[in-house]
Design a protein around this ligand. Structure first.
Ligand code: NDP
Ligand code: PYC
Length: 334
């Protein structure tokens, strides 16, 4: 794979310019470019610049409102709702997460439902931000049918990621963020682009047969991780990020979608919990002892450790040359 070296500032500038020139407002371009840059910084390549062509396509098609004005409202002291106004999720997060944190800190537990939004990013930016404020957080979104429920060979579930954050007194929060598909679609697409096979069990071809060829999986279906157990977690996310928040499940999101290659309209469910209220202020003694024991086990590494380590390197990042050329030649003003 040919790559080019870009500083984090250059990555931000490229994303920001492409979004602005496709019609995003300054606020949206900044919020999305920030999330894209942080993904590249942390090594979350499938949700960094790789997503810019999809973001631009959905602005150009008019599906996403580049001038969306997300509005936060309180349905109760602990139930917050953000109407995304058909824009991208990162600006809705900027306008809602501090209020969610405040409600959870005061009341012990609070939820944020985000509706009429388009989520095309990793989920750790939202859970990590809540973890940094001393809260336990869970977030999930659905997508478009790409994953066959356990036992089926037809897609119904999205790749439906789930992220969890746990605050730590002396270190950054413990965070995991994972698709409930055996592999995120973005990583399957990157493997197809780079000509790499994917592990057996990732998906099926269009005839319902197991394959390690990512191009065949893109024409067929992904499988859930962990057989029936992962399948049920994907089902739960369909319900939490759809009907519970007042949005659609993946299946209906696709029916409404214009197939422009960008993210579908959908919802997000975020739960924040204050362990000081739920447990009392001794909670971290036990959790720290547990996490230290876990971390000390031979062969174990804690989730987010890789990202946090990557983050310490403030130098340039290697970006796929074809992707860079595509953004520079077709998505920027001439
Ligand atoms: P990975 O399988 O790469 O990683 C999942 C989690 O496990 C991460 O927290 C990761 O931490 C951790 N992890 C990975 N390898 C190990 C290991 N060997 N030991 C311990 N922990 C490990 O993620 P996915 O490919 O499933 O998902 C990638 C991204 O795609 C996510 O950020 C997700 O939010 C995003 N996504 C977004 C969607 C959307 O609709 N917006 C849809 C689907 C996915 P670490 O990061 O430190 O490696
Ligand atoms: O990688 O599966 C994925 C994905 C879907 C939407 C955003 N990322």
């Amino acid at each position: 794979m040919n790559t080019a070296s870009l500083s984090l500032d250059e990555i931000y500038a490229l994303a920001h310019k492409a979004l602005l020139s496709a019609g995003a407002s300054e606020e949206h371009a900044d919020a999305v470019a920030d999330v894209v840059t942080r993904a590249e910084r942390d090594g979350s390549h499938s949700h960094g610049l790789f997503r810019i062509p999809g973001y631009v396509a959905s602005l150009r098609s008019g599906k996403v409102n580049g001038n969306a004005d997300p509005k936060l409202s309180m349905r109760s002291p602990v139930v917050l709702h953000c109407d995304g106004d058909l824009g991208y999720a990162p600006l809705a997060h900027r306008r809602s997460l501090d209020a969610l944190a405040k409600a959870a800190k005061e009341n012990g537990v609070a939820t944020l439902s985000v509706t009429r939004t388009h989520h095309f990013a990793a989920l750790w930016p939202e859970t990590e931000a809540l973890g940094q404020q001393g809260l336990v957080a869970i977030a999930c979104v659905s997508y478009m049918p790409s994953v066959a429920p356990f036992g089926a060979s037809e897609a119904l579930y999205g790749t439906n990621p789930l992220s969890f954050a746990w605050p730590r007194p002396k270190s950054p929060p413990l965070v995991f963020d994972m698709a409930t598909a055996a592999m995120a679609m973005g990583d399957v697409q990157i493997a197809a682009r780079d000509g790499h096979p994917v592990p057996a069990g990732t998906g099926l071809n269009a005839d319902g047969e197991s394959t390690t060829d990512p191009k065949e999986i893109i024409k067929g279906v992904l499988l859930p991780f962990g057989g029936h157990k992962g399948s049920h977690i994907a089902m739960m996310i369909e319900l939490l990020a759809g009907p519970l928040v007042g949005e659609t499940v993946s299946f209906s999101s696709k029916e409404r979608d214009s197939s422009d290659g960008g993210p579908p309209q959908g919802g997000e469910f975020i739960l924040a919990m204050n362990p000081d209220i739920l447990s009392g202020d001794e909670w971290h003694d036990q959790s720290e002892a547990f996490l230290e024991k876990l971390d000390a086990l031979e062969g174990v590494r804690l989730p987010a450790e890789r990202r946090y380590r990557n983050r310490q390197d403030t130098g340039p990042r290697q970006i796929n040359s074809d992707l860079l050329e595509k953004i520079q030649t077709t998505l920027l003003p001439t």
